[in-house]
Structures are given as structure tokens and as C-alpha cells.
Design a protein around this ligand. Structure first.
Ligand code: SF4
Length: 167
């Protein structure tokens, strides 16, 4: 297995694309499985088939990459997509997620995302949401995922993170 931890971080210009090409080539040539760890959603879209979204030391959502990108079920996943800059959006300010990442030595009770989540209710600060399986390879951990309409406009997200048709 090839573990690539933030392989494109701090690289400029065309170097990230080159690094990704080398990784893909190695993977193909040697028949390796690969685990990629990154904050870059464009890189995830470019070379992965499955994605696990982590927040506060826990997987909050996972599934086939394209499905998670087009149809996010967790408010944190949706907030990540909303914070990707786009030259097509008529905005003067970047979208951000308010607050700070939790200190894992003393994480928030209940859902660890609740102090920053715009959909949080009382139960979120009290009870840890269980993993809910939405399909054989698709799961989410949120008390309110069924009530939220978090679908991303497919065209927009394809343009913003360049999901390949074959992913
Ligand atoms: S469980 Fe509550 S706080 Fe956590 S992501 Fe879902 S709505 Fe937000």
C-alpha cells in the first residue's frame, strides 16, 4: 500500500500535477492500493475512488468520491465545499467555517462539530451522533442529515473541483 500524506502541500505551479501523475503511474505499474491524506479537495477528486471526511478525529462521512462530492450528507462536508474559492461566484468575501478546530485533549461533547455547525440543535451538544449507513459503502454521522438539503449543484462542483467522469 502506498500512503501519500499531503503529497502536494506547499508545492507551486505545475509541480502538484506532476507529483500526482507520478503517484498514479506508480500505483498502476506496481498494482498498489493507495491511501491519500489531504486537505485539497481537488486532489481527492482527481485521483480517488472513495473518500472519508474527518472532523475532530472522527470520520463524519464516507462513500464513493463522486457521490460524496455531489450529494454531501454532513454539514461539515458541505461547509468544506462552500469554502472552495470560485471565480464564478459574484462574491467579495470567501465563505469560511466559523470558530476553530476542537482541541482533541478536551473535545466538545456530543457532535464535535456542533459549536461550528449552523444546523446544530440541543441534541447535538448532548449526544454523539451514530454512524448511519445510507448504502453498502455510504455512511454519515449527523443527527439531522435526513432533514437537511445539502445537495451541491452538480455543474458547479464539477467545475470547482474538476471531478473526472471516470472517478
Ligand atoms: S449532528 Fe448536529 S451539530 Fe453535528 S453536524 Fe449534524 S446538525 Fe451539525
Amino acid at each position: 500500500m502506498l500512503i501519500a500524506d499531503a503529497p502536494t502541500t506547499a508545492l507551486d505551479g505545475s509541480i502538484p500535477a506532476l507529483v500526482l501523475e507520478i503517484i498514479k503511474e506508480m500505483q498502476k505499474k506496481l498494482g498498489l492500493a493507495m491511501m491519500l491524506i489531504t486537505h485539497n479537495l481537488g486532489v481527492v477528486a482527481e485521483i480517488t475512488k472513495r473518500v472519508h471526511i474527518f472532523y475532530g478525529g472522527r470520520v463524519v462521512e464516507s462513500g464513493p468520491t463522486e457521490d460524496v462530492f455531489i450529494n454531501p450528507q454532513h454539514p461539515y462536508t458541505r461547509a468544506l465545499f462552500d469554502s472552495i474559492p470560485s471565480i464564478e461566484k459574484d462574491k467579495t468575501r470567501l465563505e469560511t467555517i466559523p470558530g476553530n478546530v476542537p482541541r482533541l485533549i478536551n473535545p466538545p461533547k456530543g457532535c464535535r462539530f456542533h459549536p461550528r455547525c449552523k444546523y446544530a440543535t440541543e441534541i447535538c451538544s448532548r449526544e454523539r451522533p451514530e454512524d448511519v449507513w445510507l448504502g453498502p459503502k455510504r455512511r454519515v454521522a449527523c443527527h439531522h442529515y435526513e432533514e437537511l438539503d445539502l445537495d451541491v449543484d452538480e455543474k458547479t462542483i464539477r467545475e470547482r473541483v474538476k471531478i473526472k467522469e471516470e472517478v
